[in-house]
Design a binder for this molecule. Structure first.
Ligand SMILES: *[C@@H]1O[C@H](CO)[C@@H](O)[C@H](O)[C@H]1NC(C)=O
Ligand SMILES: *[C@@H]1O[C@H](CO)[C@@H](O)[C@H](O)[C@H]1NC(C)=O
Ligand SMILES: *[C@@H]1O[C@H](CO)[C@@H](O)[C@H](O)[C@H]1NC(C)=O
Ligand SMILES: *[C@@H]1O[C@H](CO)[C@@H](O)[C@H](O)[C@H]1NC(C)=O
Ligand SMILES: *[C@@H]1O[C@H](CO)[C@@H](O)[C@H](O)[C@H]1NC(C)=O
Ligand SMILES: *[C@@H]1O[C@H](CO)[C@@H](O)[C@H](O)[C@H]1NC(C)=O
Ligand SMILES: *[C@@H]1O[C@H](CO)[C@@H](O)[C@H](O)[C@H]1NC(C)=O
Length: 621
């Protein structure tokens, strides 16, 4: 056969997809060399029925994959049909509705190293299913209907390193189930309602490095297990029902690098839970810790004491409303990724925490109800690469906030309240690799989109803007920005003045969504009349107020009661017991302008750059 010639050709033309040998490739399958140069047959069309066309498969196949689209599965059974493939290393039969593995299906296929039977209908597994697989390294049985497995089920698989049984119907691990799996280092039991783990079972797998039991209905772990599994590096106990973790819970897991406890019900992280204290144990190497989606209201000041290796900390979607700076002191040198999303911690407090951890690369502050970012927030965070501010209340976002972070690559501003973007921000965002802006109420008229339209076709960012959908006016709702042309847009459909705050220096006037449905002309005429009326009314009110005010000012002395006195002498009396609501309090002195007005005046770009606080910060570096 001309195979030799074809192979050398293949070396020349590396992209040649089919391999040569005799053209024996089954119908509806593709045959090629995989990225490791192995001969692979892939049948992925779906709808296959018995028998598996092994007669038309080449005996030299090394990787055989039979799978199907999720909505067009195969209907297959397997038996002792693979013996003829004497070089088979990997066998994947997935989404094929296989009901059972069969008595001696793999007898005589000693070359097999990886067996993948995920997404089938297997309900029972027995030891003879695996006879002959003396060299198998990986067995994947996830997403079947396995209910029970007797002791010693895997006893023929003495070389096995990876066993995954996720999302079956296993409710109990019988003693000695894992007998002979002394070399196993990765075990996945996630998605089985086990409710508890029996330490005896783990006596046979003491070399385990990775253990996953996510969504197992566990409310605690017998710490005897940790004492057996001292090599554990990765422990995933997410989405369980832990309500309590003792401060010495993980003491024996000295090699732990990743701990996932997200999606539990922990109310507090106790003192010294994750610290390492050398001689008496602790997580010397812990690098990743997730405590997201618990009920944490408090993280104690010493929770991470001595935990100087932690790089990634996820505290998102808890009930935290404050953080203590001291909690983060041990992490100052190591922490690279911090997620605080979904907590109601005020940014002024976050700011103090950030001043401790200066080497951050990724920061998530999504869903925190933020309307304004203090301009100096990131002055010390030049290493920041990604910033997630999704799901907040931004109407505008001064581009200067991003000036101190030149290495920023990705920002998520989705699900905010942007109606349009100003030119300065567009220019800054253009310099980033990835910008998320979907889910904002984009107002598709010229006064909101003017700048965006100018940049629409200019850069990758501009092209990405084309995929955003209009929120209003009603007639354009759901239309993609890329499908609009400037001439088809009306001038201003919303009475918020568009991006006028850029030029006029005023704040954004509150939205009037009702107006958006009316015709532009009508609206304009109405607006003029309204404006006149308002001006007149304002004048009248102004005059009346100044008179009344003068009178009120003089009478206030007498009206001040004993409570008022108390407040003036002891400001703590009006603060909450934790004293953390201070800036929510409106000053009682009505002679001063309200704080809201003040915010507007410094929220213009020029006002911001003149903010004395920022100046001192930027000058300080
Ligand atoms: C190939 O797929 C088509 C349509 O999916 C089917 O009609 C045909 O019988 C298949 N051929 C073989 C040999 O399975
Ligand atoms: C499966 O789903 C895809 C897209 O979701 C669809 O195009 C296809 O027609 C579906 N096939 C069958 C057999 O339902
Ligand atoms: C099992 O096979 C399916 C289908 O080819 C594949 O998507 C999946 O990644 C495989 N699983 C493993 C662990 O190799
Ligand atoms: C899976 O197997 C059970 C019997 O164990 C059977 O009742 C069920 O119909 C099978 N499911 C499918 C999709 O064939
Ligand atoms: C932290 O380290 C110091 C000194 O190495 C030690 O005295 C202290 O007990 C440690 N704290 C914890 C919680 O391990
Ligand atoms: C930002 O955070 C939100 C909410 O937690 C999340 O859904 C989104 O995927 C994150 N964005 C990126 C780019 O990771
Ligand atoms: C962008 O280019 C497309 C064609 O590629 C064009 O239809 C569209 O009008 C352009 N948009 C703007 C705002 O220039």
């Amino acid at each position: 056969m001309a195979c030799g010639v074809r192979i050398s050709l293949m070396v020349l033309f590396l992209s040649l997809p089919q391999w040569c040998w005799g053209g024996r490739c089954p119908h509806n399958c593709t045959c090629y060399l995989d990225d490791r140069g192995r001969r692979q047959i892939m049948c992925a069309r779906g709808g296959m029925t018995d028998p598996i066309p092994i007669q038309s498969m080449d005996q030299q196949v090394e990787v055989l994959v039979i799978t199907a689209p999720y909505n067009y599965s195969n209907d297959l059974t397997i038996g002792p049909i693979f013996q003829q493939f004497n070089r088979l290393e990997e066998l994947h039969i997935v989404r094929s509705n296989i009901p059972a593995i069969g008595r001696h299906s793999f007898w005589g296929v000693p070359t097999l190293q990886k067996l993948n039977l995920t997404h089938n209908n297997i309900s029972h597994v027995l030891d003879y299913n695996f006879r002959g697989l003396a060299n198998l390294l990986e067995l994947h049985l996830d997403d079947n209907r396995i209910e029970s497995m007797p002791s010693e089920t895997f006893r023929y698989l003495q070389e096995l390193r990876v066993l995954s049984l996720a999302r079956n119907r296993i409710t109990k691990l019988v003693p000695r189930l894992f007998l002979m799996l002394g070399k196993l280092y990765q075990l996945d039991l996630s998605g089985n309602r086990l409710m508890e783990l029996n330490p005896d079972v783990f006596k046979d797998v003491q070399r385990l490095r990775v253990l996953r039991c996510r969504g197992c209905g566990l409310s605690n772990i017998n710490t005897l297990i940790y004492r057996l599994l001292t090599d554990l590096m990765y422990l995933d106990l997410g989405d369980n029902d832990f309500k309590y973790v003792a401060s010495d819970e993980f003491r024996d897991l000295r090699n732990l690098q990743v701990l996932m406890m997200d999606g539990n019900q922990l109310p507090v992280v106790l003192e010294r839970t994750f610290g390492n204290n050398g001689a008496s144990g602790g997580q010397i190497d812990l690098q990743t810790l997730s405590l997201a989606r618990n009920r944490l209201a408090k993280v104690t000041a010493t929770a991470f004491e001595n935990l100087t290796t932690l790089q990634e900390l996820d505290l998102s979607y808890n009930k935290l409303n404050r953080l203590e700076t001291t909690t983060f002191l041990p992490l100052a040198e190591s922490l690279r990724r911090l997620k605080l999303s979904g907590n109601l911690i005020s940014l002024s407090e976050v700011k103090y925490v950030l001043q401790v951890i200066l080497k951050l690369r990724d920061l998530s502050l999504a869903d925190m109800g933020i309307t304004d970012v203090p301009l100096g927030l990131f002055v010390y965070h030049e290493h920041l690469r990604t910033l997630n501010l999704s799901g907040n209340n931004f109407v505008r976002f001064p581009a200067q906030i991003l000036s101190p972070i030149p290495k920023l690559q990705e920002i998520d501003l989705s699900r905010n309240r942007f109606r349009g973007l100003d030119e300065r921000l567009i220019l800054r965002l253009e310099a980033l690799k990835t910008v998320h802006l979907q889910g904002n109420p984009w107002v598709c008229d010229v006064c909101h989109l003017s700048y965006m339209l100018n940049y629409m076709n200019k850069s990758t960012f501009g092209v990405a803007m084309r995929e955003l959908a209009c929120f209003s006016p009603y007639s354009l709702k759901g239309r993609l920005l890329g499908s609009l042309s400037r001439s088809s847009l009306s001038w201003c459909t919303s009475s918020d003045g568009g991006l006028g705050y850029m030029e006029s220096g005023g704040g954004i006037v509150s939205t009037n969504f009702l107006a958006e449905h009316s015709r532009f002309g009508l609206l304009a005429a109405g607006a003029v009349v309204l404006l006149l009326l308002l001006t007149a009314a304002a004048l009248l009110v102004g005059i009346a107020y100044s008179r009344h005010h003068a009178a009120h000012y003089y009478t206030r002395e007498e009206q001040r009661g004993p409570e008022h006195e108390a407040i003036f002498e002891n400001p703590a009396a009006i603060l909450g017991e934790n004293g953390d609501i201070k800036y929510k309090i409106v000053p009682l002195d009505i002679t001063k302008p309200s704080p809201r007005k003040k915010k507007v005046s410094i929220s213009t770009i020029d006002g911001i750059t003149k903010d004395p606080e920022i100046h001192s910060l930027t000058n300080g570096t």
